[in-house]
Design a protein around this ligand. Structure first.
Ligand code: 5AD
Ligand code: SF4
Length: 440
């Protein structure tokens, strides 16, 4: 009998890549691969890459370079690149790094087994098509292995918004929603395997409009269907666009008990001039009014966001408008980035901001966001929150979990196991987590 082949997957970037890596591991699992955490043991190395910012792609190339010795010692080792760098660079990857055997774009993962077989026979294989067929439907059914309490589930992929800085519409393609019945089947399967919390994923998840039994359903309608799934206790979704924040979704935040009080709603910038140049089709004011309505529906909701500083032509006054908007919103968490030129996107051709100036702005924005994050985390002390326990902590008897607001919470002498939900009183705010006590 031949020994099972070993697969090493490294995932970069967003949560959708995490989900896709799981699917690829399952797909190759059916080809006799089992996963390994050690790159030295691998018969196949897959890098699931991200192209959203410059450094991500450069990291991939430097990582690939490090596999040279491994491949020299083990000529049968196959090296593959998946994800958005694969989509964007295509053949260029094999030209720049000849030790790569396989390049697969995000819409072609269901073709991996064939590709792997070809690579095994010594061919170089590339597939960066946007095929008509539904890749998720073609991916094999999941094995019934137990899962942790929290899982991602992709419901929508791609984007039609074409923000002037962003590669996603090019690497992930046009916006596509999965049908409701397939999502429900997958959700029930996850729950059977121990999942209690599902985060619905999509690049523009709130633009979801998947086919249901009586025509297309909105994200809110999908959430209400998931609400009926016994054993599923928590629902989250990410990432949302302000322009797709429909009334029924805002309403669901008020009335659906399983929908958690957390919303990732990127604004990117606070200056209307820059927002227009970014092709965002909302203003700072319309974003703030939208948040008012969301907070009226769910006053305790924690707001999270994404920001870009140093977008082409951004002046100090424009940047100040971003700081002003942040002051007004009060973000519970946020991700902020220095603008990075993405070849092929409209903003790449425009006059760029001085990098030192952009660095300085990023530092100032991050200082403000960190302060707000801290204040909101500290304000949890004394409050009662729901916690879903995920794993044991470092100390004996301690359990770690996530609050309704997605803060990390640990409870000493807990007596609960992974997958249990409990009411917890927060007693202390530490650097990156909260300490709590069970409420009997
Ligand atoms: N430069 C910097 N940040 C970017 N993002 C997307 N494209 C770029 C870019 N070219 C950020 C946006 C987006 C997040 C996922 O990444 O803030 O919301
Ligand atoms: Fe990119 Fe999001 Fe804009 Fe789509 S909405 S182009 S994914 S930043």
């Amino acid at each position: 009998m031949t020994a099972p082949k070993k697969l090493f997957i490294k995932t970069y970037g967003c949560q959708m890549n995490v989900y896709d890596s799981e699917r690829m591991a399952e797909e190759l699992g059916a080809q006799g691969y089992s996963e390994t955490k050690s790159v030295e043991d691998a018969d196949m190395i897959l890098l699931n890459t991200c192209h959203i910012r410059e450094k991500a792609a450069e990291k991939v190339y430097s990582e690939l370079g490090r596999f040279k010795k491994l491949k020299a010692a083990k000529p049968d080792l196959k090296i593959g690149v998946a994800g958005c760098v694969a989509q964007a660079e295509g053949q260029e990857i094999m030209r720049r790094q000849p030790l790569v055997d396989l390049v697969v774009g995000p819409q072609s993962y269901h073709r991996l087994p064939e590709m792997e077989a070809k690579a095994r026979s010594g061919e170089k294989v590339l597939d960066t098509d946007f095929p008509e067929e539904d890749k998720f439907e073609k991916l094999k059914r999941r094995p019934k292995a137990p899962r942790g309490p929290s899982a991602f589930l992709t419901v929508q992929e791609g984007c039609d918004k074409f923000c002037a800085f962003c590669v996603v519409p090019y690497t992930r393609g046009a916006e596509v929603s999965r049908p409701v019945d397939r999502i429900l089947t997958e959700a029930r399967d996850l729950v059977e395997r121990g999942v209690r919390e599902i985060t619905l994923l999509g690049q523009n998840v709130n633009a979801y409009h998947g086919a249901g039994p009586q025509g297309d359903m909105t994200l809110a309608q999908l959430i209400w269907e998931l609400d009926k799934v016994d054993g599923l206790e928590r629902i989250r979704f990410t990432t949302s666009h302000p322009n797709d924040m429909m009334d029924d979704l805002i309403e669901a935040h008020a009335t659906c008990k399983k929908l958690m009080p957390y919303l990732h709603l990127p604004v990117q910038a606070g200056s209307d001039r820059i927002l227009k140049r970014m092709n965002r089709s909302h203003t700072a004011e319309s974003y703030l009014r939208l948040l008012e309505r969301i907070r009226a529906a769910r006053p305790d909701i924690l707001i999270s966001g994404d920001f870009i500083v140093g977008f082409p032509e951004e002046t100090e006054a424009d940047f100040q408008a971003t700081l002003d908007l942040v002051e007004e919103v009060k973000y519970g968490t946020a991700y902020s980035f220095k603008y990075s030129t993405r070849p092929g996107t409209p903003a790449a051709e425009r006059p760029q901001v001085d990098p030192a100036e952009a660095d300085d702005r990023l530092q100032r924005l991050q200082a403000l966001l960190t302060r707000q994050q801290r204040e909101i985390q500290d304000s949890m002390v004394g409050r009662e929150v729901g916690v879903l326990f995920e794993k044991p902590g470092r100390e004996a008897g301690q359990m770690l979990g996530k609050s309704d607001y997605l803060h990390a919470v640990h409870v000493a002498d807990c007596g609960r196991k992974a997958g249990d939900l409990a009411r917890v009183r927060i007693v202390e705010s530490r650097t990156n987590s909260l300490a709590g006590e069970l409420i009997d």
